[in-house]
Write a protein that binds this ligand. Structure first.
Ligand code: ADP
Ligand code: ADP
Ligand code: ZN
Length: 215
């Protein structure tokens, strides 16, 4: 099963990705998480990516495409994968199509999680994330069981630097200009499925499970 997740920042992509990955036993590949890991390890890629991420801008396609191409070649992707946060530009989508074509594979579903713009800011400013496993929580909507600690791995959860109000506004602009056109791209290929991400986390997951099928 090969799936990509589309949706604005704060749509719930990361939250749903963890649940989908566990239910369908496919690796969750988050380009944001990979960039953040490189930043914390101060790799050359991390140093370059940080400049863009701190401003709420997209990391250039050249860097991002190579990174994903390398990742999906790993053995754990043989039975499928879930891409969270990639593609984010038409160029990235074309590169993914090319990769799949060369390997005689195809994308099953492009899942777009929609949420109204005015709920995004509240979701983003209340978001807390685990820097170790990437799990996402919310101070009000999805608090961790133990305050300040990740439910999945027990590490301290933090607020992302790019979740400040100004950077979120920039990221939303970037989403509308560069990523939103992908909905049309996948609709024209008949792979687009849309879910209402404004419902409760578990209800959204039920809707997604109904789309993806097989329990
Ligand atoms: P994305 O990866 O799309 O940016 P996240 O999964 O990190 O989004 O979710 C953004 C924030 O919104 C997090 O704080 C998360 O706990 C919260 N959240 C996710 N899904 C829902 C939902 N259905 N209802 C309310 N809050 C949600
Ligand atoms: P969110 O969960 O809010 O959607 P991500 O963790 O997916 O955010 O991404 C954080 C940042 O990492 C983005 O704002 C962007 O700078 C960078 N990034 C992640 N994925 C991509 C991508 N496919 N192309 C370019 N930049 C990316
Ligand atoms: Zn964790």
């Amino acid at each position: 099963m090969k799936i990509i997740l589309l949706g604005p920042p704060g749509a719930g992509k990361g939250t749903q990705a963890k649940m989908i990955s566990s239910k369908y036993s496919i690796p969750h590949i988050s380009t944001g998480d990979i960039f953040r890991k490189n930043i914390s390890e101060k790799t050359p890629l991390g140093i370059k990516a940080k400049e863009y991420m701190d401003k709420g801008l997209l990391v250039p396609d050249e860097l991002t495409i190579d990174l994903v191409n390398d990742r999906v070649k790993h053995d754990d992707c043989k039975q499928g994968f879930l891409l969270d946060g990639f593609p984010r530009t038409v160029k990235q989508a074309e590169a993914l199509d090319l990769f799949l074509e060369e390997n005689h594979e195809k994308l099953d579903t492009a899942l777009l999680i929609e949420v109204p713009k005015d709920s995004i800011l509240e979701r983003m400013t209340g978001r807390r994330v685990c820097p170790v496993c990437g799990a996402s929580f919310h101070v009000k909507f999805n608090p961790p069981k133990v305050e300040g600690k990740c439910d999945l791995c027990g590490n301290d959860i933090i607020q992302r630097k790019d979740d400040s109000e100004d950077t979120v506004r920039e990221r939303l602009d970037v989403y509308e200009k560069q990523t939103q056109p992908l909905a049309e791209y996948y609709r024209s290929k008949n792979t687009l499925r849309v879910v209402d991400g404004s419902k409760d986390i578990n209800v959204v997951f039920d809707d997604i499970s109904n789309i993806l099928g097989r329990d």
